[in-house]
Design a protein around this ligand. Structure first.
Ligand SMILES: [Ca+2]
Ligand SMILES: [Ca+2]
Length: 314
């Protein structure tokens, strides 16, 4: 009986202890399960090179498996900081994402910062990205900062601005047009104590390039005198277009050079500029230059032979 009683007591203690353990595990399971596993990159994982078109200022899915070049982090302590997770089950797309785990030991103040972005050549810009989190643990929040010389604007705050009762990936987009003409960087600041974990993936920053003229000398022809065609292949009118034609070499008695000005070459239009009559002989190099008030210029050289009034283009 004694042995049975002892066994029973031991069993009760054991079961109680297990129940306590289980209940403790339950309390933290909700958040412990959010910790993505670290894994090493295997040879089957591809590092996808970035291909940016003219309108793309930044495109980042963290698929390189490490903090991308030009990015930085600020850490206030050594525990629960930003890292690049490499488990595909935690990424929004691909294998990787930027992640910071919740911290219930120390205050978090962890920054993930993009490279500097020059918005001077653009007339509009937007940022779109995905974040993983929820708003059920308001002890910590994530803030989106736009920073540049003399300013630090918080344009989004997870706990203040969202009501995400289910954890998962959410898409966010913001207009950056207020920052046109400036150089900025964008930061995700994870700050507070014992909040929800936070992930970022698939960041796209698109800009609308400012329109500008583009000048091109598309042809230089003879045979009586020289005619050059200057074309505006850009996206804005070229104004106060200064042009010149010069002949270098040979024995040129008449029509060695000429310069002029055209008030405007509209988009997708061209003008013909001329030296109407050239008199001379010998091999020469025709040099045509054009520039406009918008600071764009172009030039072209062409070999030719002059024989009396005839110009033969080589
Ligand atoms: Ca990714
Ligand atoms: Ca930390």
């Amino acid at each position: 009986m004694k042995i049975k009683s002892r066994l029973l007591k031991a069993s009760v203690i054991c079961v109680t202890f297990c129940l306590i353990l289980l209940s403790t595990a339950n309390v933290s399971a909700n958040k412990q399960s959010f910790q993505p596993l670290k894994k090493t990159i295997t040879s089957t994982q591809q590092i996808i090179p970035q291909k940016l078109d003219k309108g793309s200022l930044l495109s980042e899915g963290f698929e390189g498996g490490e903090l991308p070049e030009g990015w930085s982090v600020l850490e206030t302590n050594s525990y629960q900081n930003w890292f690049i997770g490499t488990d595909p089950s935690w990424a929004h797309t691909g294998n990787c994402e930027a992640w910071v785990n919740y911290d219930n030991h120390e205050d978090s103040d962890e920054w993930l910062i993009t490279p500097n972005l020059d918005l001077t050549e653009y007339v509009a810009a937007t940022i779109v990205f995905w974040v993983w989190s929820d708003t059920n643990f308001p002890g910590a929040t994530a803030k989106l900062h736009i920073r540049g010389t003399g300013f630090d604007d918080i344009i989004w705050d997870l706990i203040q601005d969202e009501n995400w009762t289910t954890s998962g990936w959410y898409e966010l987009s913001f207009n950056l047009t207020n920052y046109i003409g400036k150089t900025i960087n964008i930061s995700w600041q994870y700050v507070g104590f014992n909040g929800q974990s936070f992930g970022v993936d698939d960041i796209e920053i698109q800009g609308t390039p400012a329109s500008e003229p583009a000048l091109q000398i598309t042809s230089i022809t003879g045979p009586i005198g020289i005619k050059a065609t200057i074309e505006n292949t850009g996206t804005a009118d070229a104004t106060n277009v200064q042009w010149s034609i010069n002949l270098d070499g040979g024995f040129i008695l008449l029509g060695k050079s000429k310069a002029g000005e055209e008030p405007t070459i509209p988009v997708n239009s061209s003008i013909d500029v001329k030296i109407p009559l050239i008199l001379g002989f010998g091999k020469t190099i025709i040099h045509v230059v054009a520039s406009c008030a918008e600071g764009v210029s172009t030039e072209k050289t062409q070999n030719a032979t002059v024989l009396l009034i005839f110009v033969s283009i080589k």
